[in-house]
Design a protein around this ligand. Structure first.
Ligand SMILES: C[S@@+](CC[C@H](N)C(=O)[O-])C[C@H]1O[C@@H](n2cnc3c(N)ncnc32)[C@H](O)[C@@H]1O
Length: 256
């Protein structure tokens, strides 16, 4: 039977031009695009941030990654970037959506440096205890954690700031976290329109202000260039601050 709930991972794939979306996902995604057509560009900016930040983390010597809320496999996934910039580096993809996990496991067949498993960003200690995670990730060594466009599906009632605090407890010194998060800096009607369009979906979008997103990284040292818009993020210390692009997502790299 066709699902009747729009799936946030398939909606995201639709914005990126993938072909996983079902009619119910397309309908919900079109509702978002009617409110904010720039969402398509914003998700491309987010994937650009992913590529730059993973490349930079690998250049800093991080060779094991946990990508939480990884989404449906698309072009330039973390293991593909790592194969080019740091062959042998490992990644565990985690998502709470069985559809995502099934598709990812299929894609990763035969690749021994990457795996995907079901897990919830709100239950991190259970996740880190999973034997399949510890097969690829040694938590006694620095790990690169990716929280890209996932905490904007964790409502305040689930205490999203606790996610990063928990990561600080669970990871070794030298570990880094890359965060991106939907921004509530656009017009009130755009923010409300987006949140409204996600109300029926498998995850409710929660856009946050700069101050609220900074609070999610409490206790961490945010590395240059700080919390900026996704299109602006660069690890180049001398680069001038670039164009904010759609200004729809915040992005930062921080020391856990
Ligand atoms: C917008 S996609 C982001 C995909 C990818 N991280 C990126 O930025 O390109 C959000 C993903 O987070 C997943 N997700 C939402 N809430 C989650 C939770 N509590 N735990 C784990 N995954 C979650 C969704 O299933 C979806 O695949």
């Amino acid at each position: 039977m066709e699902p009747s709930t729009p799936n946030v991972a398939r909606m995201y794939d639709y914005y990126l031009g993938g072909d996983e979306a079902l009619p119910v996902d397309r309908e919900a995604a079109e509702l978002v695009l009617a409110t904010a057509p720039q969402v398509r560009t914003a998700v491309a900016e987010n994937r650009g941030f992913l590529e730059r930040v993973v490349t930079h983390m690998a250049a800093q010597g991080i060779d094991q990654f946990l990508d939480i809320g990884s989404g449906l496999p698309t072009q330039r996934n973390v293991h593909q970037i790592l194969a080019e910039v740091s062959p042998g580096a490992r990644v565990v993809y985690v998502d709470y959506d069985p559809v995502v996990v099934e598709r990812s496991i299929h894609l990763l067949a035969g690749i021994d440096t990457a795996d995907c498993m079901l897990g919830d960003v709100r239950k991190l200690s259970a996740l880190c205890d999973e034997p399949r995670v510890s097969e690829l990730i040694n938590f006694d060594r620095p790990v690169g954690v990716l929280l890209l466009a996932v905490l904007n599906f964790v409502g305040d009632e689930d205490n999203p700031a606790e996610v990063v605090s928990e990561l600080r407890r669970l990871t070794a010194p030298g570990s880094l976290v890359a965060l991106s998060h939907g921004a509530r800096e656009q017009s009130l009607s755009t923010s409300r329109g987006i949140e409204h369009a996600y109300r029926r979906a498998s995850g409710q979008a929660v856009l946050r202000t700069r101050t609220e997103v900074l609070r999610l990284l409490d206790g961490c040292e945010i590395l240059p260039p700080g919390l900026v818009y996704g299109a602006q993020w660069t690890a180049e210390p001398s680069a001038p601050m670039g164009d904010p692009g759609t200004a729809m997502t915040f992005a930062a790299l921080a020391r856990l």
